[in-house]
Each structure stands twice: as structure tokens, then as C-alpha cells.
Design a protein around this ligand. Structure first.
Ligand code: 13P
Ligand code: SF4
Length: 311
């Protein structure tokens, strides 16, 4: 890029020229959140991608989210600023192994977290996000046997909360797995009046200390309404940007990892997207998401069920 390029202005110009919409997840860098047309959780971003009349979707998130946008809006150009922005949950669940897991349990339906590949979505019955999982699970009869993947912590949380016995795929999110219980307890002692809000991708030993457990949008809602002046946030710390914008007088502290600070909990995949890469993605309309049509249609069924059941 020529030195002195005003990235914000250039991204703005290209967004208009391309009739593009910029969608960003709450775990994106603050400057990307600030330039996006919409910032949201996985469900909100899927809904927006399905409904937009833009010609181009610039998806500032990770690949499974951009894939979801393409599955739901196949006629749009969907660009992801960095194609290597993957997800440890997706990596933990190779489609052939998931297929064998399904085949080993023919009397179970597959309820699957959206953090997975398009192939795994195509092998699933219903997709959930962390903000829709509870509503959707409650619509499935208790007698129905279920396999749940790839996140064993979200699955375990749902099993405990709703007294279910879903069989769990053993995947984890490396980011939420990195919170330290002993460091969290120290922080709670230092701020005895501060509530803790946690994402259900956290292990049980973190979730059990939380006053609120929910998706990124749920945590943000909780942050806007909690009484008191300090909140401990056990999810990827970039979400704190939205909290500080909404409530600048309050104090938001990211839950710590084993080293006592929250920098180890930055999602390395989300962090691959930068303003420079967003600019070149809009300029070149690359890297672009492409999905083979039969695979797309197969994956769309389980996503459509989510959209129906979540509303
Ligand atoms: P939500 O924004 O749907 O809560 O998901 C969190 C997440 O880990 C996205 O990768
Ligand atoms: Fe995947 Fe975890 Fe990063 Fe979300 S925070 S994209 S679940 S690795």
C-alpha cells in the first residue's frame, strides 16, 4: 500500500463503489468493529448475511462464518480478509470422522454448533449458535437422542442446564480453554462485588463461577444492565471494546489466563483480519468464498432449520 493511505477513507470509498456490506464479529480488532456496517454474534451475522441486498459481503470474522454467509446468500460475492482465519473447533471435527460418529449412532439426531465446516453442517440435522442453542434444544423432545459437536463445553453446559444426555464430540475452543480458574478466583477476590459473565465455550470450572452465561450478544446485553461498576468478562477480550463504548464510566476486566492477564485469550484466527487486508479484499474482491453447489444445498438445510427454530 502507498504510505499515507487513509485506510478508513479508502475502505469507505470501496464499500460504496462495490455496494458492499461489512459484517464484523465482536472478536474483531476495534478499528474493524468501528468501520463495520454491523457488528454482531454468529446468529445475528448469519441473519444479516441472509437478508442483505448488498452485492458484496466483506466478512470480518472467521472462515466458518464467511462460509455460512455464502451458503445463505450464494449470489453474493463473499470475501474474507484472511482465508487462514480458521477455528480450533472446526479443526477438531474432520468431516470423515464426524460421519463415522453419526453412523455409529443411527438413532441420534445431530445438533451441531455453527463453529464447524460446511461438510459437517451438511452431515447435521440442526445448527445452533450459542445464542440460539437453548431455544432450539427446548424444542426437541426429551426422548430424542442427540449427538452434539464439536464443542464439548457448550454441549456439557446445555446437558447440565436442561438435564439432557447428549453425546458430545470432544472439541474445544483454544481461546476459552485458556482461562485459568485459580487466576479467576484471585481476580474475583480483588473485586468481590464484580459479577462474572462467561461464554458457554468456557470449561465448566470457569462457567460455575459465572453470574451470567451466554453468547457474545448476551454478554454484551448483560454488561449494559448489570448493577455496580466493574464486570469480569470471560470471553475473547475484543468484545470489551463495545462495552467501553456503551458504558465508558464502568470498568470491564478480561478474565485471566495462567499468566494472570487476558492477552493469551485473544483469538489468533480472528486477529488475522486487519484493516489492510479488509481494504485489499474490497479492492480485489479476493480472497473469495466458493462452495460447491450440492454441498451448499446440503449444508443449507441444517442452517435453515436453525433460522426457523431460533426465531
Ligand atoms: P457467538 O458470537 O455466537 O457467541 O460465538 C462466539 C464465537 O466463538 C465465535 O467464534
Ligand atoms: Fe473458534 Fe474459539 Fe476463535 Fe471462536 S474464539 S473463532 S470458537 S477459536
Amino acid at each position: 500500500l502507498p504510505t499515507g493511505t487513509d485506510l478508513r477513507a479508502e475502505i469507505d470509498r470501496l464499500r460504496k463503489d462495490r455496494n458492499a456490506v461489512i459484517l464484523a464479529h465482536y472478536y474483531q480488532r476495534p478499528e474493524i468493529q468501528d468501520i463495520a456496517d454491523f457488528v454482531g454474534d454468529s446468529l445475528q451475522l448469519s441473519q444479516l448475511a441472509a437478508e442483505t441486498d448488498a452485492d458484496v459481503i466483506a466478512f470480518c470474522g472467521v472462515k466458518f462464518m464467511a462460509d455460512t454467509a455464502k451458503i445463505l446468500s450464494p449470489d453474493k460475492i463473499v470475501v474474507l480478509p484472511d482465508m487462514d482465519a480458521g477455528c480450533s473447533l472446526e479443526d477438531s471435527c474432520p468431516p470423515e470422522k464426524f460421519k463415522a460418529f453419526r453412523e455409529a449412532h443411527p438413532d441420534h439426531i445431530a445438533l451441531t454448533y455453527i463453529n464447524c465446516s460446511t461438510e459437517v453442517k451438511a452431515l447435521s440435522d440442526v445448527i445452533v449458535t450459542s445464542s440460539s442453542a437453548e431455544t432450539i434444544l427446548q424444542q426437541i423432545p426429551e426422548s430424542q437422542k442427540i449427538i452434539f459437536g464439536p464443542d464439548r463445553h457448550l454441549g456439557g453446559y446445555l446437558n447440565r442446564k436442561f438435564n439432557r444426555e447428549m453425546l458430545l464430540w470432544p472439541g474445544v475452543c483454544i481461546v476459552h480453554e485458556a482461562f485459568s480458574e485459580s487466576e479467576l478466583l484471585k481476580l474475583m477476590q480483588k473485586h468481590p462485588d464484580a459479577p462474572v459473565a462467561a461464554h458457554p465455550e468456557c470449561p465448566a470450572h470457569i462457567v460455575e463461577h459465572a453470574d451470567y452465561v451466554g453468547s457474545t450478544s448476551g454478554i454484551l446485553q448483560f454488561a449494559k444492565n448489570f448493577p455496580g461498576d466493574t464486570l469480569i468478562v470471560a470471553t475473547e477480550p475484543h468484545i470489551i471494546h463495545q462495552m467501553e463504548k456503551a458504558l465508558p464510566e464502568k470498568n470491564f476486566i478480561g478474565a485471566p489466563g495462567a499468566d494472570g492477564n487476558c492477552n493469551c485469550n485473544i483469538c489468533p484466527y480472528m486477529a488475522l483480519n486487519t484493516m489492510e487486508k479488509l481494504y485489499t479484499a474490497l479492492r480485489d474482491l479476493e480472497p473469495r468464498i466458493e462452495i460447491e453447489e450440492n454441498l451448499r444445498l446440503a449444508a443449507k438445510k441444517s442452517l435453515d432449520r436453525m433460522l426457523e427454530m431460533a426465531s
